[in-house]
Design a protein around this ligand. Structure first.
Ligand SMILES: Cc1cc2nc3c(=O)[nH]c(=O)nc-3n(C[C@H](O)[C@H](O)[C@H](O)COP(=O)(O)OP(=O)(O)OC[C@H]3O[C@@H](n4cnc5c(N)ncnc54)[C@H](O)[C@@H]3O)c2cc1C
Length: 399
């Protein structure tokens, strides 16, 4: 349950609450989390109490209803701590709740969103399959009509929160005669349904404390009322998914900025304290060049993400700006992490310094929510297409 007084907080007070949570509880527990190989359950409960599952859900459905700019500002605070913590609620606030909010039936919204907001109903977003990763439209999980239900068969992989989610938003082919995007629908599947099982990988390179998992669906019977968007939702699954994906992409871009900010804070401490050649590393010109360059990179990504969030709040989902922000911010986080890792010398490889762990964790941010090459390709295709129409750029700022 969310602490009732939080509903009366101004945004400023709530942002301070989350910043303090990050500094006083999440960051100090990072080593404990790594040793345990899992996010401590007491912290997941605290995330629920503090409303972190609720930031994007409207008040009418029990959420805190912060706008996108505010959600991004909050993300910048809680992702100064390990980005692994975020993954415990990320699938609820972005991918799943937003698709349900924008495309679900009123019954689906009022049934699911209030429980999602408190963290009592954790949902995972199940799109990716072994043969359908970047090319998600060619997924092969099927949902066939049978006796007034859908019956699902297939396997999903790399699904965040698969191992502990209470329900999955599964994308499956409801029209076997339509091999592309138009044959795909979204279905809400109770994780406890007969025929559903999950498994976790034996090893993760990064994000090890919140591993992605596989979902196996064997003759899983789902009522037709669980079709996202009701009858009109049939064949609209990937369009509906994009609503959640665009939302989540901005959150991921903000996560990259939060992580890079923390990495810079940590490296400044290190170069001030570590002495070589009778002086702190911070006095070396080569080190200063890295610091200054990284600071400018983080600021640029921060501005880009906030600009994307403001456009989002103005109404239309500016998907090309969002893609650009995600592409730039995730590549930036990789560059910053790598340069700062170098400044640690042997500590980059030996010991418990947080930067090597973050360097490994941020690598995944260039792969999920659209890998960097996919964003480059999609942006280029949109530019060429738009250029042929009116000579402008996609999501043009021109008046
Ligand atoms: C930590 C993590 C969490 C995830 N969480 C979820 C989740 O919650 N739900 C979910 O459904 N999925 C999730 N995914 C899956 C993720 O979305 C996919 O990994 C991603 O879409 C890439 O698919 P793939 O891994 O099959 O790689 P592939 O599609 O095999 O692509 C491999 C690489 O090839 C390149 N490539 C592929 N196609 C093109 C192209 N047309 N042009 C140029 N380059 C190309 C890219 O560099 C790409 O990185 C997660 C993945 C990770 C790592």
């Amino acid at each position: 349950m969310i602490k009732p007084e939080i509903f009366d907080y101004t945004f400023g007070a709530y942002r301070k609450l989350i910043a303090d949570f990050s500094v006083n509880e999440l960051i100090p527990a990072e080593d404990e989390m790594v040793r345990a190989g899992a996010v401590p359950e007491r912290l997941v409960r605290r995330m629920g109490e503090l409303g972190l599952f609720a930031i994007s859900i409207p008040r009418s459905y029990g959420g805190l209803e912060w706008n996108m700019e505010q959600q991004v500002l909050l993300t910048l605070e809680f992702t100064r701590a390990s980005c692994v913590y975020r993954s415990r609620f990320s699938t609820v606030i972005g991918l799943c709740s937003q698709a349900i909010l924008d495309h679900g039936t009123e019954e689906q919204r009022s049934e699911l969103l209030p429980r999602m907001a408190t963290g009592d109903l954790v949902t995972a977003f199940a799109l990716t399959e072994e043969e359908a990763g970047s090319d998600a439209a060619h997924l092969t999980t099927t949902a066939r009509h049978e006796d007034g239900s859908y019956v699902l068969d297939g396997d999903k992989r790399y699904i965040t929160n698969a191992g502990w989610a209470d329900a999955f938003l599964v994308f499956a082919r409801t029209d076997p005669n339509e091999p592309g995007a138009k044959g795909v629908s979204g279905l809400i599947v109770d994780a406890a349904s007969p025929g559903v099982s999950t498994s976790l990988p034996s090893r993760m390179n990064g994000h090890a404390e919140a591993p992605v998992g596989e979902i196996h669906l064997r003759n899983v019977r789902v009522p037709t009322s669980n079709l996202l968007g009701g009858e009109q939702g049939e064949g609209q699954g990937l369009t509906m998914a994009l609503r959640g994906i665009n939302h989540a992409r901005l959150h991921v871009a903000a996560t990259c900025v939060g992580q890079a900010t923390r990495i810079l804070e940590e490296i400044v401490k290190h170069v001030n304290e570590r002495r070589q050649f009778d002086a702190p590393l911070a006095e070396l010109g080569a080190v200063q060049a890295v610091l200054g360059e990284c600071f400018a990179e983080v600021e640029a990504a921060r501005a880009l993400v906030l600009e994307g969030a403001r456009s989002f709040d103005e109404g239309d989902v500016p998907r090309h700006r969002i893609a650009a922000a995600k592409l730039f911010a995730s590549e930036m986080a990789g560059r910053v992490a790598d340069k700062c890792l170098q400044l640690l010398g042997g500590e980059a490889i030996v010991g418990d310094h947080p930067i090597p762990r973050m360097w490994r964790d941020v690598r995944a941010l260039r792969i999920y929510e659209g890998s960097s090459p996919i964003h480059q390709r999609n942006l280029a295709l949109a530019m060429v297409r738009q250029g042929k129409v009116d000579g402008r750029l996609p999501n043009s700022y021109r008046v």
